[in-house]
Ligand binder design. Structure first.
Ligand code: SAM
Length: 285
């Protein structure tokens, strides 16, 4: 007998992964949480049936959402992660000795508990002494913060269900306010390829452009996300993601990475023409 996990990527496209067994299934106050084990991708986490991460390709997403901004900000000490209860972004952040405080704001405690039990590869650093976990809606949390963080990482689910508020103008405006004068924000920015994802991406881009003076988009190849082509947003009060990037300073840290490197950092901001066109539509207003 063959078991398969299938996610609908569009009305006409499905993506399937063969599964050895289901390790966990539960319904929290916010969403359905499942963990599967698979021969090709190892263990993987889905929320409401949508792929969040697999052991095999999570390094790409987490390295790109953390090392790109960390290599641009010259001295990030206080970092806020919104969402990200799997701990992957936190794991990458804990590798920087200069970071003094990592606040993780995750709406669903059950995601954290399940990831600690079944996905130690990502959740293994949530007990680092610099990490504080707040079980709260990220939208509410940032309303109360001002001039507090060097970097905000929005590691959210998609713009429906509990993640919807994390794609609003109000949220981005409050992130701007929560950042210090040279602070920056990165977010998972959806995919440009299928129209349903591209629309969400364009909406988010328009709102970020209206909220931050510098707003750029970069890309990575993530095999288990729809189309495999994924974008990240880089929004900043002061630093430009390429002109203010100091490759030597980052290399001097001696961090070993499997995906990210300084050449790729620069290249990731060079987008295909059709993606630039989608973004420019929003920038013109
Ligand atoms: N990398 C993943 C992706 O793009 O598919 C996202 C990973 S992470 C598991 C997303 C987390 O955001 C989930 O654990 C979810 O509970 C959390 N989340 C969703 N809405 C939230 C909100 N409003 N405030 C804080 N956390 C939220």
């Amino acid at each position: 007998m063959e078991l398969w996990f299938t996610e609908k990527h569009t009305d006409h496209v499905r993506f399937s992964i063969q599964v050895d067994r289901q390790l966990y299934s539960g319904q929290s106050e916010f969403q359905r949480i499942d963990i599967f084990d698979s021969p090709e991708f190892g263990r993987f986490l889905t929320l409401d049936g949508y792929m969040m991460l697999t052991e095999k390709d999570e390094f790409i997403y987490h390295e790109m959402i953390v090392h790109v901004p960390m290599a641009v900000h010259p001295a990030a000490k206080k970092v806020l992660v919104i969402g990200g209860g799997d701990g992957g972004a936190v794991r990458e952040l804990t590798r920087y000795p200069g970071i003094e405080q990592i606040d993780l704001v995750e709406i669903d405690p059950q995601v954290v508990d399940v990831c600690k039990k079944y996905l130690p590869q990502t959740a293994g650093k949530l007990d680092d002494r610099r990490v504080r976990i707040f079980y709260e809606d990220g939208l509410k949390y940032v309303r109360a913060e001002e001039d507090a963080y060097d970097l905000i990482i929005v590691d959210s689910t998609d713009p429906f269900g509990p993640g919807e508020g994390l794609f609003t103008r109000e949220f981005y405006g409050n992130c701007f306010k929560a950042l210090k004068a040279d602070g920056l924000m990165v977010n998972q920015h959806e995919s440009p390829f299928y129209p349903v994802d591209a629309e969400a991406m364009q909406r988010a881009h328009k709102r970020i452009v209206e909220s931050f003076p510098i707003s750029r988009v970069y890309q990575a190849h993530i095999p288990t996300y729809p189309s495999g082509h994924w974008l990240f947003g880089f929004a900043s009060k002061k630093y430009h993601p390429v002109r203010d990037f100091d490759p030597q300073a980052w290399l001097a840290l001696g961090l070993k990475t499997r995906y990210y490197n300084p050449k790729l950092h620069v290249g990731a901001f060079a987008l295909p023409n059709y993606v630039n066109a989608l973004l420019e539509e929003e920038e013109k207003g």
